[in-house]
Ligand binder design. Sequence first.
Ligand SMILES: Nc1ncnc2c1ncn2[C@@H]1O[C@H](COP(=O)(O)OP(=O)(O)OP(=O)(O)O)[C@@H](O)[C@H]1O
Ligand SMILES: [Mg+2]
Length: 468
Amino acid sequence: MRENGTIFIADNDVKTRDLVSAFLTYQGYCITAAENDALFFDTLQKNNVDIVIAELAYLRSIAPDFKERCAQLNPLLVLIVYGEAGAAEYKKIGSDSVFTLPKPLNLDELESLVMRAREYQSMKMFDFSSGTSNQSHLLSATMIGTSQPMRELFDMISKVAASNATVLIQGESGTGKELAARAIHLLSDRHAKNFVPVNCAAIPDDLLESELFGHVKGSFTGAYANRAGRFEMADKGTLFLDEIGDMKANLQVKLLRVLQNREFEPVGASKSQKVDVRIVAATNKNLEELVVSKDFREDLYYRLSVIPITIPPLRERREDIPVLIHTFLTRFNSDKRHAVKRFSRDSLGILCNYEWPGNVRELENLVERLVILKGSGLIVPDDLPEKYLSGKPVQAISVQVPSLPSDNILPDGGICLNSAVDAFENNLIIQALARSGGNKKEAALLLNLKRTTLIEKLKKKNLAFVED
Ligand SMILES: Nc1ncnc2c1ncn2[C@@H]1O[C@H](COP(=O)(O)OP(=O)(O)OP(=O)(O)O)[C@@H](O)[C@H]1O
Ligand SMILES: [Mg+2]
């Protein structure tokens, strides 16, 4: 099962392998390793690996052309190599998909490289799925996220961008609806023309019609000259109708007519005007409910939702939180010329468990505020505003969720039952510790164990280091 991504650890030193493996499992990654050297590439291929973390000398002994062989398996694969002299020979490659670290491994540095690797992959993924190589578009349209729902969203956006179909984007406030609308425009053939946003809730009802369709001179008091509306401005481009759920009934009829006939009449005009506009609408209201309560026209709803897209709230894709934090931290450090190093593991744990009613916007604002107030060093729980600390953890942070045995999990060649059961047990323990923020008493309660039994198990399994 993949949550944050699958990482393959290549080191013949079992202790390092176990340490890195438990550390990254705790961060929510799915970890795999080859049982022996002969199965190395086989394991890599079968597990859909995203990142390889490898020890330099071991890598050399496995295959000198390792990098090339990995690239053939998965063009998005990132390689993190550690070794003597900072794995200098790999540093020389100078590729975006190769990172190097000195030996002995510093786990904090490793964690930050893994996040950079995931960030790089999410950008590239967007690139691959959109089939475009125009970097400036990609950058301005970049939506960060490596979770399964976000991967599906990127895929959807790149597919719909190519068509002219009307898109309805739904999602809670701050989930990234406008960002998604802009991405659709930028990845479409219309990208050289205007992307024109209209916030239907922010413009007073009596002005919205003229704002959308324009007006002719003298058509109402204050109409001193002809004025083009947003539809005309968006000709050959994209019109983004934001907060569409707030549009009044009389305008809903007029909008329906434009969608049907692709023509409109400016206020006070006697002739209609043709227009070639792609419509993307968005709302944080539940339009289907508004249709039932007769606050939104059913026919307009169907016209708008030719392609419906729903952006899930952040609390349903918690695995995106660390990478979003990292991205915003880098951005605000650079904008504000500050040098906040990173978030401590426990502060990250608290934020991963928070509900985020304001979604990505709330997270972005929090990181900006913390960068300004802190200026440098490490963000620790004491730096977080009270409300983030008081909330009870709601769900486990995105640690690999152990699935109960389902069909066909027994490999053809059989399995070592003891080590499989051991791995399953480790996984549950790590999850319980993640959910309790490292508190062993709470974790033991979750596992229906005595605290002392849990501590014994941790010692036996050499998992004691998970404490911050
Ligand atoms: N996946 C993402 N990656 C990076 N930034 C994001 C992402 N999603 C949202 N943001 C940022 O969060 C903020 C809110 O996004 P946006 O304005 O698109 O949300 P919205 O859904 O339109 O919100 P509202 O319903 O309140 O208008 C923006 O600054 C945007 O850049
Ligand atoms: Mg918006």
